[in-house]
Design a protein around this ligand. Structure first.
Ligand code: BES
Ligand code: ZN
Length: 654
């Protein structure tokens, strides 16, 4: 009976309702099957002339209009490529939404299409610096100092600022691209395979005088829009094996290549667990430090922040995480951003299977789980203390994203809460069976977009056919008692993991000892810190963040471990946040180091906590100093942090 109630409940969430509430497109009526884009890059002026050609398939009885997502772009015209007929179009804009989610571009087809019809449409447009997916960098901002640089970041809903399209993870399509450059030094990579000598029909529109190169790409595996990616600059590629390589500017490429020399091994680790790698090549671009994330899983072209290159290969977990997306996220994709855990939670689960082979110790893997768990609990507390039900929902595995920029809900919650749910399910059915279940889940849903209900239904059916009736009924009852709670509750997950073990205790006990040591004195056995792995050091610092340390102890910690001058950004950002919180960083030299850090790294995970810890005035000053360096997405999130400080002050004043 309960099963039917839950099934009804689950189906009720989906049937007859738009699955993705963050798109203005009519993607239920007509669907992109293939997209061809053509871009003429003018990196000096930070302008791109673009055309997009869509192959659409109609999935409604009668279609008269196509609605696409756009964000701050200049639409020139729309037409049927086959017979050149120009089409009427207009933009429907809600001023409240325009800068949050963009606008709806309505193209009037001038005729009716019927169910199953396939037709092509072309749009010409121009984009510039307002495109929030794009980071246009001046020559001085690059490592090589030879030419300007461009890179994109489309997840979650930013692709609509560089291409008018159905910007929803529900729609998957193949794509091809031609990119025309004006500077011989510029090299271009996209999230597809480079192809040569392919004639694309849109080329004749440009005056090809002054064009230095044409780069062409193709991706024959269907992907959602947020996986389209481009990087252009004086970037080069270095192989690390037959199928893996590293791409970056020349300056540090040898260092990057060395640090990532074992990429292929990590791909193999994951293949061992989940099945063949289907994308062919795996390439990783080490971008400029303003890249706002640690990594981004663009197919065939992972993007990564240089902060993952530490020198001791400790940043490899980010690479393993992005490789894991080749299965979870890029092959089976969430169908809306409220279901982001379908990408990230599964991906962390697989990442930690890979890490198990890497560390050869479940204890060390659980140290990562513990660091993640600490971060998750802090966020659960923070989001729950907010009275806005939308913000509160960010603490759950199903954040409310309607009428909001889906990026606002981004946090470590879908990663860790999702991971812990999968760990719980794994324990219920056994490790071996859960591995088979995940392989079957991939097999059945590959190249499709799915959500929490699909996973539930699949899992129940799989367990029913792979267990005895008695075991099935027991497992199902266990799942039903937690699944909905695990996804919708905003407080702690129904099952609490300890993850505590010998490796983690070394780190947390040392933190305890420091916290209870007399000011100015080192606790016994303090030297063990130097033997820690990077993740144990992270756990040590994240434990200290929960204590009330005094500035004298902080100074002692610093002189003992030389933390202020550490090279590992994973440690630095925690140490600096702690330094501000404990008021250790009032000292001019300390504060200067932190000020330099936020001017050299634009990775949100690392600078946001620092901006959160700073007082409003300092935060504003530092932010203003670095606006030009920060990525548009980082700007948005730091501005929000500073705005909220304003609110805090108001609350205090009242
Ligand atoms: N897909 C994410 C990055 C992302 C998420 C971009 C949401 C935009 C919106 C990527 O795979 C990721 O999770 N990166 C992490 C890596 C970490 C979990 C190992 C990051 O950037 O820190
Ligand atoms: Zn991820």
């Amino acid at each position: 009976m309960k099963f039917y109630i839950i099934t009804l409940l689950l189906c009720g969430c989906v049937m007859g309702v738009d699955i993705d509430k963050n798109t203005f497109s009519n993607y239920r009526e007509v669907q992109m099957q293939h997209l061809h884009i053509e871009w003429l890059l003018n990196l000096n002026q930070k302008i791109i002339d673009g055309s997009a050609e869509y192959t659409f398939r109609v999935t409604t009885a009668e279609l008269k209009e196509v609605h696409l997502d756009i964000y701050q772009m200049d639409i020139k015209y729309a037409y049927y490529p086959n017979f050149g007929k120009v089409l009427d179009w207009h933009v429907e804009s809600d001023p409240k939404q325009s800068l949050i989610q963009g606008d709806k571009l309505i193209i009037e087809l001038g005729q009716s299409f019927r169910y199953g019809d396939i037709f092509k449409l072309r749009i010409k447009y121009q984009i510039g610096e307002q495109a929030r997916a794009l980071s246009f960098m001046n020559i001085e901002q690059t490592d090589d100092k030879k030419a300007p640089y461009l890179f994109s970041q489309c997840e979650a809903n930013n692709c609509r600022s560089m291409i008018p399209l159905q910007d929803t993870p529900s729609i998957k399509f193949t794509y091809s691209a031609s990119v025309l450059t004006q500077d011989q030094q510029i090299n271009v990579f996209m999230s597809g395979l480079p192809v040569e000598n392919t004639k694309f029909s849109l080329m004749e529109q440009y005056n090809l005088n002054g064009i230095a190169n044409i780069f062409q790409f193709e991706l024959k595996i269907k992907i959602p829009s947020y996986l389209i990616a481009i990087v252009a600059g004086t970037v080069q590629e270095r192989k690390t094996s037959d199928r893996t390589s590293v791409i970056s500017e020349a300056k540090n490429i040898e260092i990057y290549q060395k640090e990532l020399e074992h990429l292929d091994k990590y791909v193999k680790y994951l293949e061992d667990y989940i099945g063949d790698y289907k994308w062919g090549f795996y390439k990783i671009v080490i971008l400029p430090a303003s890249f706002p994330f640690g990594g981004m899983e663009n197919p065939l072209l992972t993007f990564a922040n240089p902060s993952i290159i530490v020198g001791d290969k400790s940043g490899i977990s980010v690479a393993i995480h992005e490789i894991a997306h080749s299965w979870f996220g890029n092959t089976v994709t969430c169908n809306n951003w409220s279901n982001m855990w379908i990408n990230e939670g599964f991906c962390v689960f697989l990442e930690r299977k890979g890490l198990l082979q890497h560390y050869e110790s479940i204890d060390l893997v659980y140290v990562n789980s513990l660091v993640g768990n600490d971060e998750m609990n802090a966020l659960i507390k923070e989001f729950n203390s907010n009275h806005d039900p939308v913000i509160k929902s960010y603490a759950s595995l199903h954040p409310i994203t309607e009428n909001h920029n889906a990026d606002d809900s981004f946090s470590t919650i879908p990663y860790e809460r999702g991971y812990q749910l999968l760990l719980y399910l794994e324990k219920l059915v056994s490790e071996d069976k859960f591995q088979l279940l995940l392989q079957a889940w991939l097999q059945q849903n590959q190249y499709q977009s799915v959500d929490e209900n699909d996973f539930y239904n699949f899992m129940i059916a799989w367990i029913q056919s792979n267990f005895s009736m008695k075991d099935f009924l027991y497992i199902k009852q266990q799942i039903d008692s937690v699944y909905i709670k695990w996804i919708y509750n905003t407080d702690a997950p129904p099952y609490k993991y300890g993850f505590i073990n010998d490796a983690s205790l070394l780190a947390t006990n040392l933190a305890e000892d420091w916290a209870s040591s007399r000011p100015g004195e080192q606790p016994q056995g303090y030297e063990i810190f130097d033997k820690f792995q990077s993740n144990q050091k992270q756990l040590f610092l994240s434990s200290l963040l929960k204590k009330n340390l005094d500035p004298v102890t902080m100074k002692q910690l610093d002189s003992t471990y030389n933390l202020t001058n550490n090279l590992d950004a994973e440690l630095l950002f925690r140490w600096y946040t702690l330094s501000i919180q404990t008021k250790y960083a009032t000292d001019f030299t300390n504060l200067k180091k932190i000020r330099t850090f936020v001017s050299k790294i634009g990775r949100m995970k690392m600078i946001n906590p620092i901006y959160k810890a700073l007082d409003k005035k300092t935060a504003e000053t530092w932010y203003n100093e670095n606006i030009r360096f920060y990525h548009p997405l980082a700007r948005q999130s730091i501005e929000n942090i500073i705005k909220n400080k304003g609110l805090d002050v108001n609350v205090e004043l009242l």
